[in-house]
Ligand binder design. Sequence first.
Ligand code: G3I
Length: 360
Amino acid sequence: MRRRDFVLGALGAGLASSGALDTLVGNDRAAKAASARGAIPYGAAVRTDLLDPELDYKAAIIDHCQLVVGEGGLKWIDLRPGQDQFVFDQPDRLMDFADRNGMQMRGHTLAWYGAMPDWTKTIASSAEAERELVHHITTVVGHYQGRIPSWDVVNEAIAERPEKGSVIRDSIWQERLGKRYIEIALRTAADIDPSAQLVVNDYNIENPTAQCRDRRTALLNLLRDLKDRDVPLHAVGIQGHLPGDMEIDREGLSAFVEEVKKMQLDVLVTELDVIDDKLPAREYDRDQIVAARARDFLGAICEAARPSAILTWGITDRYTWVPMWFKREDGKPNRPLPLDAECRPKALMKVIDKFTRAAE
Ligand code: G3I
């Protein structure tokens, strides 16, 4: 049995029907259309503390990326150890690295339920919550004014399962301010840096499941509500943490991006990786499936609009968040990213190149 047939067999009809493995880095129509419209900047989430000690990691970022975003550093837990503290050391180092290497830096993230320091649990009233949120965004966006051209202002605002109750995910901000926190965050960021692209960033909208459909609907309704009320907003970030064992809802995702485009919003792919815990053990086969998922995902988006950026959440399998939650039962290391643990390009890097490089 040919390796390809084995892999397709292991995947069932889904992937075979899309012919993904055949045209993995072939003349994908959407890829060709995207590249014909000019290069799309590619970037990666960076662990800033590794840039000095790990020269091959640093070289890989410099070789492949036009954009960087801190995997940490600009989250409350990193920036705000105390209520009266702002610690900019880590993001300042990444900003300096980006400046020295001709890259742009994205800001991630100003308002999120996650990575919050314990002291924020003491925020007791809506007035205090608004004061803290405005003060944080004013200080942080002000610190980088004119130097961070794109911010994930609000991250993962949509509830995990919006059909089962509140559409907006629970957080200290939601508890104290309701969904008004989203508008407060966006308006504050716009006031402090009118030049910045303001992004609402979310995930789990890519597959043909009821949950993804509900999340797409909820996210579109949020975006429309903000646009209808002239709240400053420029783009939606589609994170793209793709479950490797699930096909991409190409039609549903393309339709979602079409609706976003009708609202005159840009689209970014902000955190692409492919969660491979349920994929075949053999590395070659796994890499092919990972790449095919990304190809279908990027193809669905690019059929509807040209993303203003494509970023992966890390660049090498040596450093990925995926095993934090999705360790493989066979104990093999996860392979979710474009470069392997030795920073060698994999099939996923070829797919990303196909979508991001301008047509020759
Ligand atoms: O740096 C400390 C270290 O000193 C300590 O010994 C260690 C053990 O607790 O923790 C280390 O901090 C960890 C940090 O990553 C740096 O590695 C935190 O515990 C851990 O919670 C944190 O996880 C990050 C997570 O966001 C929460 O902030 C992941 O690296 C990061 O990949 C993940 O990224 C998120 C995006 O921000 C939003 N979208 C989903 C994505 C994946 O979950």
